[in-house]
Design a protein around this ligand. Structure first.
Ligand code: ZN
Length: 263
Protein backbone atom coordinates (compact mmCIF):
# COMPACT_ATOMS: atom_id res chain seq x y z
CA UNK A 1 0.00 0.00 0.00
CA UNK A 2 1.14 3.50 -0.79
CA UNK A 3 -0.65 6.83 -0.96
CA UNK A 4 0.76 9.20 -3.55
CA UNK A 5 0.37 12.94 -3.90
CA UNK A 6 0.85 15.28 -6.82
CA UNK A 7 -0.02 18.93 -7.38
CA UNK A 8 -1.12 18.61 -10.96
CA UNK A 9 -0.08 18.27 -14.57
CA UNK A 10 1.16 20.73 -17.18
CA UNK A 11 1.83 20.62 -20.91
CA UNK A 12 5.52 20.59 -21.76
CA UNK A 13 6.68 20.70 -18.20
CA UNK A 14 9.89 22.61 -17.69
CA UNK A 15 12.11 20.94 -15.09
CA UNK A 16 13.68 24.29 -14.22
CA UNK A 17 10.53 26.40 -13.98
CA UNK A 18 9.39 27.31 -10.47
CA UNK A 19 5.77 27.23 -11.64
CA UNK A 20 6.22 23.57 -12.66
CA UNK A 21 8.26 22.44 -9.67
CA UNK A 22 5.47 20.33 -8.14
CA UNK A 23 3.89 19.37 -11.43
CA UNK A 24 4.01 16.31 -13.65
CA UNK A 25 4.13 16.32 -17.44
CA UNK A 26 0.69 15.67 -18.98
CA UNK A 27 1.94 13.01 -21.40
CA UNK A 28 4.10 11.24 -18.84
CA UNK A 29 1.20 11.21 -16.35
CA UNK A 30 -1.19 9.72 -18.91
CA UNK A 31 1.35 7.05 -19.86
CA UNK A 32 1.88 6.23 -16.19
CA UNK A 33 -1.86 5.77 -15.68
CA UNK A 34 -2.30 3.75 -18.86
CA UNK A 35 0.49 1.29 -18.16
CA UNK A 36 0.46 1.04 -14.39
CA UNK A 37 0.20 -2.61 -13.30
CA UNK A 38 -2.86 -1.86 -11.15
CA UNK A 39 -5.43 0.90 -10.97
CA UNK A 40 -5.34 3.46 -8.18
CA UNK A 41 -8.07 2.64 -5.68
CA UNK A 42 -10.22 4.88 -3.43
CA UNK A 43 -8.28 6.39 -0.55
CA UNK A 44 -10.27 4.47 2.08
CA UNK A 45 -9.46 1.21 0.31
CA UNK A 46 -5.73 1.99 0.24
CA UNK A 47 -5.96 2.77 3.96
CA UNK A 48 -7.22 -0.78 4.47
CA UNK A 49 -4.14 -2.04 2.65
CA UNK A 50 -5.91 -2.99 -0.58
CA UNK A 51 -3.99 -1.10 -3.25
CA UNK A 52 -2.39 2.27 -3.86
CA UNK A 53 -4.22 5.61 -3.84
CA UNK A 54 -3.63 8.77 -5.86
CA UNK A 55 -4.28 12.16 -4.28
CA UNK A 56 -3.99 15.67 -5.72
CA UNK A 57 -3.60 18.85 -3.65
CA UNK A 58 -4.68 22.50 -4.01
CA UNK A 59 -7.57 24.06 -5.97
CA UNK A 60 -5.63 24.85 -9.15
CA UNK A 61 -6.23 24.23 -12.85
CA UNK A 62 -3.23 21.87 -13.01
CA UNK A 63 -4.60 19.84 -10.10
CA UNK A 64 -8.08 19.66 -11.63
CA UNK A 65 -6.52 18.55 -14.94
CA UNK A 66 -4.73 15.68 -13.17
CA UNK A 67 -7.99 14.55 -11.56
CA UNK A 68 -9.81 14.64 -14.90
CA UNK A 69 -7.13 12.60 -16.69
CA UNK A 70 -7.09 10.06 -13.84
CA UNK A 71 -10.85 9.56 -14.12
CA UNK A 72 -10.74 9.40 -17.93
CA UNK A 73 -8.27 6.53 -17.54
CA UNK A 74 -10.45 4.78 -14.94
CA UNK A 75 -8.39 5.44 -11.84
CA UNK A 76 -9.80 6.56 -8.50
CA UNK A 77 -8.48 9.90 -7.32
CA UNK A 78 -8.95 12.11 -4.24
CA UNK A 79 -8.73 15.88 -4.60
CA UNK A 80 -7.77 17.89 -1.49
CA UNK A 81 -9.14 21.40 -1.99
CA UNK A 82 -9.20 24.78 -0.24
CA UNK A 83 -12.73 26.21 -0.66
CA UNK A 84 -11.63 29.76 0.27
CA UNK A 85 -9.57 30.14 -2.90
CA UNK A 86 -12.47 28.93 -5.05
CA UNK A 87 -15.16 31.00 -3.32
CA UNK A 88 -13.09 34.17 -3.21
CA UNK A 89 -11.58 33.54 -6.68
CA UNK A 90 -8.25 34.03 -4.98
CA UNK A 91 -4.94 33.11 -6.61
CA UNK A 92 -2.74 31.02 -4.33
CA UNK A 93 0.16 32.87 -2.72
CA UNK A 94 2.58 30.21 -4.03
CA UNK A 95 1.28 30.72 -7.58
CA UNK A 96 2.15 34.40 -7.42
CA UNK A 97 5.54 33.66 -5.86
CA UNK A 98 6.53 31.00 -8.38
CA UNK A 99 5.37 33.13 -11.31
CA UNK A 100 7.50 36.01 -10.03
CA UNK A 101 10.54 33.76 -9.56
CA UNK A 102 10.23 32.55 -13.17
CA UNK A 103 9.88 36.13 -14.36
CA UNK A 104 13.04 37.09 -12.44
CA UNK A 105 14.97 34.23 -13.93
CA UNK A 106 13.84 35.21 -17.43
CA UNK A 107 15.15 38.69 -16.62
CA UNK A 108 18.58 37.30 -15.75
CA UNK A 109 18.50 36.31 -12.07
CA UNK A 110 20.48 33.20 -11.08
CA UNK A 111 18.40 30.05 -10.54
CA UNK A 112 20.28 28.82 -7.45
CA UNK A 113 19.93 32.22 -5.78
CA UNK A 114 16.21 32.29 -6.55
CA UNK A 115 15.88 28.82 -5.02
CA UNK A 116 17.57 30.02 -1.85
CA UNK A 117 15.30 33.06 -1.83
CA UNK A 118 12.24 30.81 -2.18
CA UNK A 119 13.34 28.70 0.79
CA UNK A 120 13.63 31.82 2.93
CA UNK A 121 10.17 33.02 1.90
CA UNK A 122 8.67 29.57 2.49
CA UNK A 123 10.06 29.48 6.02
CA UNK A 124 8.20 32.74 6.69
CA UNK A 125 5.01 31.42 5.07
CA UNK A 126 5.06 28.36 7.32
CA UNK A 127 4.66 30.43 10.45
CA UNK A 128 1.51 32.36 9.41
CA UNK A 129 -2.05 31.86 10.56
CA UNK A 130 -3.99 34.05 8.12
CA UNK A 131 -4.35 34.45 4.36
CA UNK A 132 -3.70 38.16 4.72
CA UNK A 133 -0.31 37.45 6.26
CA UNK A 134 0.57 34.93 3.55
CA UNK A 135 -0.32 37.49 0.90
CA UNK A 136 1.63 40.19 2.69
CA UNK A 137 4.78 38.07 2.82
CA UNK A 138 4.47 37.19 -0.84
CA UNK A 139 3.81 40.85 -1.73
CA UNK A 140 7.05 41.78 0.04
CA UNK A 141 8.91 39.01 -1.80
CA UNK A 142 7.52 40.17 -5.15
CA UNK A 143 8.60 43.72 -4.39
CA UNK A 144 12.10 42.44 -3.61
CA UNK A 145 12.14 40.54 -6.92
CA UNK A 146 10.90 43.69 -8.68
CA UNK A 147 7.94 41.71 -10.08
CA UNK A 148 5.03 43.20 -8.14
CA UNK A 149 2.29 41.78 -10.40
CA UNK A 150 3.48 38.59 -12.13
CA UNK A 151 1.46 36.86 -14.85
CA UNK A 152 0.35 33.65 -13.16
CA UNK A 153 0.36 30.76 -15.66
CA UNK A 154 -3.02 29.16 -16.33
CA UNK A 155 -1.90 25.94 -14.61
CA UNK A 156 -1.57 27.74 -11.26
CA UNK A 157 -4.79 29.73 -11.51
CA UNK A 158 -7.60 28.79 -9.13
CA UNK A 159 -10.50 26.70 -10.45
CA UNK A 160 -14.13 27.80 -10.40
CA UNK A 161 -17.00 26.11 -8.59
CA UNK A 162 -18.28 24.92 -12.00
CA UNK A 163 -15.01 23.08 -12.64
CA UNK A 164 -15.21 21.46 -9.22
CA UNK A 165 -18.83 20.35 -9.82
CA UNK A 166 -17.75 18.82 -13.12
CA UNK A 167 -15.02 16.85 -11.33
CA UNK A 168 -17.57 15.59 -8.81
CA UNK A 169 -19.77 14.42 -11.72
CA UNK A 170 -16.78 12.57 -13.12
CA UNK A 171 -16.35 10.65 -9.87
CA UNK A 172 -13.48 12.57 -8.30
CA UNK A 173 -13.57 12.23 -4.52
CA UNK A 174 -13.33 15.65 -2.88
CA UNK A 175 -11.40 15.94 0.38
CA UNK A 176 -10.60 18.69 2.86
CA UNK A 177 -7.37 20.73 2.60
CA UNK A 178 -8.65 23.31 5.09
CA UNK A 179 -10.76 26.38 4.38
CA UNK A 180 -7.62 28.14 3.15
CA UNK A 181 -3.97 27.16 2.78
CA UNK A 182 -2.63 28.09 6.22
CA UNK A 183 -0.43 25.81 8.32
CA UNK A 184 -2.64 24.46 11.14
CA UNK A 185 0.37 24.59 13.46
CA UNK A 186 -0.26 28.35 13.75
CA UNK A 187 -4.01 28.13 14.43
CA UNK A 188 -5.59 28.13 17.88
CA UNK A 189 -7.97 25.31 18.73
CA UNK A 190 -11.00 27.41 17.81
CA UNK A 191 -9.41 28.68 14.59
CA UNK A 192 -8.52 25.15 13.61
CA UNK A 193 -12.06 23.97 14.24
CA UNK A 194 -13.37 26.67 11.89
CA UNK A 195 -10.66 25.92 9.32
CA UNK A 196 -11.76 22.27 9.16
CA UNK A 197 -15.53 22.41 9.63
CA UNK A 198 -16.17 25.39 7.38
CA UNK A 199 -14.39 23.58 4.55
CA UNK A 200 -16.09 20.25 5.31
CA UNK A 201 -19.55 21.85 5.22
CA UNK A 202 -18.83 23.65 1.96
CA UNK A 203 -17.50 20.46 0.37
CA UNK A 204 -20.51 18.44 1.58
CA UNK A 205 -22.77 20.96 -0.13
CA UNK A 206 -20.94 20.69 -3.46
CA UNK A 207 -19.95 17.03 -3.43
CA UNK A 208 -22.97 15.59 -1.64
CA UNK A 209 -20.89 13.90 1.00
CA UNK A 210 -18.89 15.01 4.01
CA UNK A 211 -15.16 14.57 3.36
CA UNK A 212 -13.54 11.86 5.46
CA UNK A 213 -9.97 13.01 4.94
CA UNK A 214 -8.07 16.17 5.85
CA UNK A 215 -4.84 16.99 4.01
CA UNK A 216 -2.61 19.19 6.16
CA UNK A 217 -1.73 22.37 4.20
CA UNK A 218 2.04 22.47 3.48
CA UNK A 219 1.95 18.76 4.39
CA UNK A 220 4.75 18.93 6.91
CA UNK A 221 3.24 19.35 10.36
CA UNK A 222 1.76 16.30 12.10
CA UNK A 223 -1.46 17.13 13.95
CA UNK A 224 -1.22 17.12 17.72
CA UNK A 225 -3.81 15.01 19.54
CA UNK A 226 -6.05 17.97 20.35
CA UNK A 227 -6.31 18.99 16.69
CA UNK A 228 -6.64 15.39 15.57
CA UNK A 229 -9.72 15.14 17.78
CA UNK A 230 -11.06 18.43 16.43
CA UNK A 231 -10.58 17.28 12.82
CA UNK A 232 -12.49 14.08 13.59
CA UNK A 233 -11.21 12.43 10.40
CA UNK A 234 -7.99 10.87 9.17
CA UNK A 235 -5.32 13.42 8.28
CA UNK A 236 -2.63 13.27 5.65
CA UNK A 237 0.83 14.77 5.32
CA UNK A 238 2.95 15.04 2.18
CA UNK A 239 6.46 14.84 3.50
CA UNK A 240 9.01 12.77 1.61
CA UNK A 241 11.55 13.21 4.39
CA UNK A 242 9.37 11.21 6.79
CA UNK A 243 9.88 7.45 6.89
CA UNK A 244 6.79 5.25 6.72
CA UNK A 245 3.13 5.75 5.96
CA UNK A 246 1.56 6.08 9.40
CA UNK A 247 1.44 8.63 12.22
CA UNK A 248 -0.44 7.09 15.09
CA UNK A 249 -4.07 6.09 14.86
CA UNK A 250 -5.38 8.67 12.38
CA UNK A 251 -2.32 10.17 10.70
CA UNK A 252 -0.94 9.11 7.34
CA UNK A 253 1.96 10.24 5.22
CA UNK A 254 1.92 10.46 1.45
CA UNK A 255 4.76 10.12 -1.04
CA UNK A 256 5.28 12.48 -3.93
CA UNK A 257 4.38 10.76 -7.18
CA UNK A 258 7.54 10.90 -9.28
CA UNK A 259 7.34 10.22 -13.03
CA UNK A 260 10.04 11.00 -15.55
CA UNK A 261 9.01 13.63 -18.11
CA UNK A 262 7.95 12.30 -21.50
CA UNK A 263 10.73 12.37 -24.09
ZN1 ZN B 1 -1.50 22.30 -0.47
Amino acid sequence: MAIYVTHGIVEQRSAEAFADRNMLDVEAFAQHLLYRASRYVPLEQAQRGAGDALTVDDSTVAAADACRVARDLKHDVTFFINPANIVEERTYFFARLDAALDRSEAAGAVHSELRAFRRTVKAQLLSQATDANLDRIVDAALAELCVPAPDVPKSLCTISVEVLRDLVDRGVSIANHGWSHVDPANLSGAEFQTHVTRAAEWIAEIAGRVPTAYGVPFGETPLPLEKERAAGVDWFLADDSLPGDRHGAHGWNRRTLVIEDAA
